[in-house]
Design a protein around this ligand. Structure first.
Ligand SMILES: [Zn+2]
Length: 205
């Protein structure tokens, strides 16, 4: 998963004023149009303070990015997860996914990321959930996805693959809170009798 910044999640929930996470604000020192220093404060016609250039007036709007992910489901009703081969979350389980590119639709991005990280060709179906992580400055969408082709293929981002029945999700070894939430919501759909909402939230990293 191409989620390195996504799960800056493990850092304390720290924001500078204006709601910009400090790790993100650290990369916003200068105007991308003229190179002068950005200053945080009120600007004309806006109800909230912004980072703006004191020289040319350019406003550096900061918005969350979308992470597109899938829960690939086998014919037997098991979910395919990958054991992450990169940080953050090295060695822990997550679903395939990554940042949406500027020239693709949400479904296209989900299909592409899943293919890159697993070798599986999927057909995204219903959205299992949409999850905000303000500190990581991301919104994560998780599709339930039917596997329609391809084959699991090793790659630098995945140490190994596993398929898990709803009752066999390795909860303590799930890499991210958003992955835990997505899996919980999927299990709630397919096996409500398992009461995944009673899980103690315990992200591995
Ligand atoms: Zn400027």
């Amino acid at each position: 998963m191409d989620e390195d910044l996504t799960e800056a999640a493990h850092r304390p929930e720290e924001h500078v004023s204006g709601g910009v996470p400090s790790w993100l604000a650290a990369a916003l020192n200068y105007c991308s149009r003229c190179g002068a220093a950005l200053r945080f404060g009120s600007i004309d016609g806006d109800h909230r303070e912004r980072l703006a250039c004191s020289a040319c007036g350019f406003v550096a709007y900061v918005n969350p990015r979308l992470v597109v992910t899938t829960l690939p489901i086998t014919e037997g009703g098991e979910v395919v997860l990958l054991r992450r081969g990169i940080e953050p979350g090295y060695g822990f389980w997550a679903q395939p996914g990554g940042f949406l590119e500027i020239d693709e639709t949400v479904r296209e991005g989900a299909i592409r990321e899943t293919l890159e990280e697993t070798g599986l060709l999927v057909e995204p179906g219903e959205i299992v959930g949409l999850y905000s992580r303000t500190q990581a400055a991301v919104v994560v969408v998780a599709f339930e996805a039917r596997i329609v082709g391809g084959a699991l293929r090793a790659n630098p981002e995945a140490l190994e693959f596993g398929t898990f029945a709803p009752e066999a999700i390795p909860w303590p070894e799930i890499a991210f809170r958003t992955s835990t939430w997505a899996l919980r919501d999927w299990v709630r759909r397919v096996r409500p009798d398992l009461h995944p909402e009673l899980l103690r939230e315990q992200p591995a990293v």
